[in-house]
Ligand binder design. Structure first.
Ligand code: CDP
Length: 229
């Protein structure tokens, strides 16, 4: 049982989970698992195949048939879909606009959660997502819920996407992030809510290095529970 030494990091879109989770995994020598990448991979496949977003049974069937792999080395974190490297393709803003519609489907979640649970059995992990502390790793030794204002999160996403060459509007990103959060928070199956024993960190006025250091010092001193602002 490795779950009780693993670290769960949940939170809304653009709160800095990936950056922080990767740094922590690297520092502690844990495996980094980005569960959002799995829902994004499925979304990419749905778009490529032109499946109607209302065709829940077909999408669930597709989820069952795909081979999604997250091989990670300290140097890079790749996402493979049936062997193809889709690491960049899944960050496309079009995927971000649609992914929450697919991620709220109960059948899809059941498949993904099972895969994630088995990945966590492989060793000590830092796993990031929306339902890790509540559903995927309820016995994780450390649970964090990262948040920040929607404006700050949109600003971070704006910089990230602009650096990658996408032309996006900041106002549009605020609207999209707010809408995606709403879908994630209000879905019936495994909604985005902090686990009762998660430490909530509001990073609106912090940089991600500060957040990483806070988490590392808490993990190193074995502190869990409560809020941090
Ligand atoms: O990186 P960003 O915060 O934009 O999102 P992500 O972590 O890649 O997750 C994309 C979407 O996948 C989320 O908005 C959720 O709809 C879904 N997701 C989920 O439902 N459960 C998870 N454990 C992870 C992601």
């Amino acid at each position: 049982m490795t779950e009780n030494i693993s670290i769960a990091i949940d939170g809304p879109a653009g709160a800095g989970k990936s950056t922080v989770a990767k740094l922590i995994a690297e520092k502690l020598g844990f495996l980094y698992i980005d569960t959002g990448a799995m829902y994004r991979a499925l979304t990419l496949s749905v778009l490529r195949q032109g499946i109607d977003l209302a065709a829940e049974a077909m999408i669930t069937e597709l989820a069952e048939s795909l081979k999604i792999e997250l091989p990670n080395t300290p140097a890079e974190n790749k996402v493979l879909l049936n062997g193809e490297d889709i690491s960049d393709a899944i960050r496309n803003p079009e995927i971000s606009r649609i992914v929450a519609i697919i991620a709220k489907m109960p059948g899809v979640r059941k498949i993904m959660v099972n895969i994630q649970k088995s990945l966590a059995q492989k060793g000590r992990v830092v796993m990031e997502g929306r339902d890790i502390g509540n559903k995927v790793l309820p016995s994780a030794g450390y649970k964090f819920f990262l948040t920040a204002s929607a404006e700050e999160r949109a600003k971070r996403r704006y910089i990230e996407l602009t650096n990658k060459g996408y032309r996006v509007s900041l106002n549009e990103l605020v609207r999209e992030i707010t809408e995606r959060d709403y879908t994630d928070r209000t879905r019936v199956t495994d909604p985005l809510v902090p686990a009762p024993d998660a430490i909530i960190i509001d990073s609106t006025d912090m940089n991600l290095e500060q957040v990483t250091n806070i988490i590392l010092s808490m993990v190193n001193s074995g502190i869990t529970g409560g809020n941090y602002k």
